[in-house]
Design a protein around this ligand. Structure first.
Ligand SMILES: Cc1cn([C@H]2C[C@H](O)[C@@H](COP(=O)(O)OP(=O)(O)OP(=O)(O)O)O2)c(=O)[nH]c1=O
Length: 218
């Protein structure tokens, strides 16, 4: 049995759009937590801790609901790139990422109130950036898009298109690994809509790799 009321503890419009693909109504309840990494904490562990902390914060406000939250961390050779504070920092991040491969870790956390369980999974995706020009960086900064994005970029941005290739889960880079989430929910008896893979492909411009084995796993 899975609760009827689902609450997404997130202010991210990307996460709201992605979770809507599951076909279940979701209330949005943004929470504020301290997102600073802890000394010595690895990037995947940081993402997992923050996703869990967002769930914990929302649980206090909706104790009877299924709570969902996520956190995305950009990892350049072990260094965490968060959201840039200003244009200078965004420029520096985009230059550091240019022409190189980095990893994006997105943790999804889900709390089931009746079972008293919280599951957390981390999806790690490799992103290979193209060698975009300084002028492209400046044009992208001028759009204002980088400032609410980890690593100062959106892989899905329609004109900047910073990635040459994405290896792994594309939806996780955008903010929510749908396969991992579906796998957690299936454990509690939720049945994904039969056309979920088609919906994901259509919404993510055919870059989504919905893994049948994850959707079907117990
Ligand atoms: C790398 C990358 C990140 N992002 C976004 C996803 C997340 O919204 C954001 C990472 O910051 P997060 O702290 O994970 O999320 P958030 O603060 O936006 O939302 P909330 O905590 O309320 O859920 O960056 C993209 O949209 N595209 C990308 O390619």
């Amino acid at each position: 049995m899975i609760p009827e009321r689902w609450v997404l503890a997130s202010a991210s419009p990307r996460r709201r759009a992605l979770i809507a693909l599951l076909g279940h109504p979701v209330e949005v309840l943004p929470v504020e937590i301290d997102e600073s990494p802890r000394p010595g904490e690895g990037p995947p562990a940081c993402a997992a801790r923050l996703a869990r902390a967002k769930v914990e914060a929302a649980r206090l406000q909706a104790p009877e609901a299924l709570i969902l939250a996520a956190d995305t961390v950009v990892d350049l050779e072990g260094q965490i790139l968060g959201k840039p504070a200003d244009a200078e920092e965004a420029r520096a991040m985009l230059r550091a990422l240019r022409g190189r491969t980095h990893q994006v870790h997105t943790a999804v956390a889900v709390h089931h109130p009746l079972r008293g369980e919280t599951w957390v999974e981390v999806a790690t995706t490799q992103v290979i950036m193209r060698s975009y020009a300084d002028e492209e960086i400046e044009a992208y900064l001028a759009t204002g898009d980088p400032f609410d994005k980890a690593g100062a970029y959106a892989v899905q941005h329609p004109t900047f298109r910073p990635a040459a290739a994405v290896v792994g889960c594309y939806a996780a880079v955008v903010g929510l690994p749908l396969c991992h989430l579906a796998r957690i929910l299936r454990r509690w008896g939720w049945a994904p809509p039969a056309d979920l893979p088609d919906r994901c492909q259509a919404a993510l411009a055919h870059r989504c790799s919905v893994y049948p084995e994850i959707l079907n796993a117990r």
